[in-house]
Every structure is written in structure tokens, then in C-alpha cells.
Design a binder for this molecule. Sequence first.
Ligand SMILES: *Cc1c(COP(=O)(O)O)cnc(C)c1O
Length: 219
Amino acid sequence: MSISENIEKYKEELPENVKLVAISKTKPNEDLMEAYEAGQRIFGENKIQEMTDKWEELPKDIEWHMVGHVQSNKVKYMAPYVSLIHAVHKMKLLKEINKRAEENERTIDCLLQIKIAEEDSKYGTTAKNARMILESEEYQKMENVRIIGLMGMATFTDDEAQVKSEFQFLQKTFKDFQKDFPELKELSMGMSGDYQIAVECGSTMVRIGSSIFGARNYN
Ligand SMILES: *Cc1c(COP(=O)(O)O)cnc(C)c1O
């Protein structure tokens, strides 16, 4: 199927309250434009430089989401335009985002990434530390960042029961947090291989790359 057909398929299939983030990392602008012409407006990237190049060249009504691991020293490059940073895992990064957002007279929305997978290669903080960040006076004084939800990546495995239990843990954490922080609205979980399980577990944002744009070639 073509990129535009894939976008149509997801628009039909996903429940109305679930946003589709089209993960376009490594893909050329023509591919993003095909998705754009099919009505897609939210794109996700995992490298700040690549996202910034695409932002400069593509239509300005695209919402850019940074879904990858963020190094503090690169926040300044995306601060003028980024809509949502999915993978905030520590206070130091949040402080830098707040500072750069203020310089740009913006408020930047963020999600806290919780580590739910077994693999060591996946980033994220604990639910306990995430709660400490939300409760901290330091965060509450920040005027230019807003934590609007949580994000997680399940273990890369065929074991659906394991993926489901990891997503259920994140869903439970999210619901717990919402009791004290009702401003948390978004739960970013689910990728090409596991988005159906994620949606069953209450995801409000799925991040889908290869099953829209095809396999990535990193060479
Ligand atoms: C690449 C990436 C995705 C999309 O992965 P696919 O399996 O291609 O759908 C989702 N989330 C993050 C954080 C990614 O880096």
C-alpha cells in the first residue's frame, strides 16, 4: 500500500481520541509530503538536526514531535517550533527546555518517559521519580514547560502478554498520576508492531513509522 493509503487506513482504524504521530525519521521530504497531502499533520522524529531541516523546508502547519532521546545541549535548536517532546526523563532536561522555551516566548509541552521495557537500551525514568518531578517546587515554578502526560516503549518481543503487562503498568501509573495531576491528558504508547495492544490499554497517541513509510534504511 502507498503512504497515503496507509494514512487513510490508520485514520479509519484508530479510535477518535487516539492521535496518530507519523514517525518520519530517515525518510525524505517527498514521503512526508505524501502523508501531508493525505491529511496527516503530526510528524515525529528522533534526531533534532533532521527534524529542524524538515521543519525549515515543509509546510508550517505541521506539528513536530520529538520522540527520541534528547541531549540538553541540542534543545535550543528545536525550541522555536517543537510542539511536543515525548521523552523527558530528568529534571535537568526539563530545566533546559523551560529556559529555551522562555527565550522563544513559548510554552513547550512535554511527556515524561517511564521505563517499562526490560531492555537496558531503552531510556526513561521510574514512576516514582516521575512523580517526584511533578510534585517538585522546582517544576511547579517553571512557567514555560507543561508536562501533559506520559510516554513509554514496550520491550521488543513477540510475547504479547509481556507487552500488554508493560502497557498496563504504564496505564495504571497514568491513572494514578491523573488523580493528583488532572492536567495529564496524553498517554503516548504503541508503535507499528504493538499499537493495537497499546490502544486497548488506553493509549491516546500512537507513534507509527515503518508501517506507514516502509522499512527504514540507515545506510
Ligand atoms: C522509530 C520510533 C517509533 C516508530 O517505530 P516503528 O516500529 O517504525 O513504528 C516510535 N517511537 C519511537 C520513540 C521511535 O524512535
